[in-house]
Design a protein around this ligand. Sequence first.
Ligand SMILES: Cc1ncc(COP(=O)(O)O)c(C=O)c1O
Length: 393
Amino acid sequence: MPDPFPSPPPLQWAQRSAAFALPPGVIYLDGAAKSPRLRHTLDAAHTLLEAEVNPRWLPYASFLRHLEATRALAADLLFEADVDGLALVPSAAHGVATAARNLPLQRGERVLVLDGQFPSNLLAWQQRCSEVGAQLAVVKPHEGESITVAVLRTLADTPRVAIAALPHCHWHDGQLLDLDAIAVAVQDRRAALVLDLSQSLGVLPVQLTRWRPDFIVSVGYKWLLGTSGLAWLWASPRWRCEGVPLEQHWGARDPGPDWVYPMEAAPPYLPGARRFDAGGVADPLRLAMTCGGLAQLGAWGLARVAAALGEVTAALDAALEARGLSAWKTEGHAPHLTGLRVPADRLDAVAAAFAERGIMCSRKPACLRVAPCLAVEAGQMEEVVEVAVNARF
Ligand SMILES: Cc1ncc(COP(=O)(O)O)c(C=O)c1O
C-alpha cells in the first residue's frame, strides 16, 4: 500500500530563496517570530487536507509509522540520533512545565533564569518556586558584561541554585550564551540544567554529552521550519525512566496488540521519553509539516544554514560600521539573530519606516530584532541600514 503521507523531495540549496512563501518585495527578518512557510510543505499540507476528506484515508499503523519517522528525523538531525530521548509536546511551555514538575526543588533553593527570559521558560519556575518556597535567581548583566559572564557570576554568588533554566541565545537580540562553560559550572554545583532552545535549534548544534542537560525544549515553527502546535521535549535518561508526564494520555502507553487498558493498572509507558508524548499533538497535518521542515533542513545542512544566515547578520554589522554606527550593533550575537540597537527615541520611527518598506522584524524593548530567513541576501542589509538611517522621527 502506498504511503498516504505526501512527502515532496526537499529543494536544492540553490532554490532556497524561492522556497519560502512570502509576499513579493518583502525583506523577512522575523524568523525568530515564525519561519515563513516552505512552499512545498504548504502544498503537501493542502494535499493531505484533501486526502483527509476520505475518513478511511489513514490506517492507524501508517499514522504510527509516520509519527515514529518524524521523531527519528528530529533525533537524527538535532539530537545526536537519540530517538528515545524525544517526546512530542504542544508548546515549549508544556515542555518546561514537565521539567518543573519533575525536577526536585526544596524550600530556600534557587532557580536561575535570565532577566527578560521568554515567559514559557519563566512562568512555570515562578509557579513552582511559590509552591515550595524557593526563589528565582535572576541573571542581570552589568553594563558591558556578556550574558555568559553574568550567568557564571550569578552562579558563583548565589547559594543553593538547584536548577538553571536557560536558552542558547537571548530571544530579544541573539546574544549568545556559552553553554559549554555554563554547563560545567552548573554541573559543579550539582544543579539541573533545563534548556529552551526555541531560538537556536536548527541553527546552533546541541551538545548532549558536553552539556548533560536534564531537559531540552524547542518549538518547531521558528528555526525548524515547521509548524506551531508541535514542539520537542528531550529528556535525559534519568527522566525517561522516572519522569511523570503532565497528563496521562493513552498515546504515551503501550496497550499491546489488542489495545487493552485494564481497570486494575495502566499499561506500561512507551519506551524512552515517549511517556511525555502529549495528547492531540501528533495530528497528521502537523506531522507532515514538521517532517517537511526537518527534511528540508537536513538536505540543506545545519552548518550551511548557520553560515548563510551568519553572512546576512555580518553584512548588517559591516553596513553599520561603514556608516560609523557601531553603537547600533549587538556584540556577541548568534549567526541568525541580532538586534539593531537604534537609539530609544528613534525605535518607533525606524519600526514604522521598516513596515512601510516591507522590512519585517519585531520591535523589542531596546532594539529591532533582526532574524533573517534564508530568502534574505546579505546584499540587502545596505538597504535595511539606509532605511533605518533615513527614518524620520
Ligand atoms: C525563547 C522562546 N521560547 C519559547 C517560545 C514559544 O513558546 P511556546 O511554545 O510556549 O508558546 C518563544 C516564542 O517566541 C521563544 O522565543
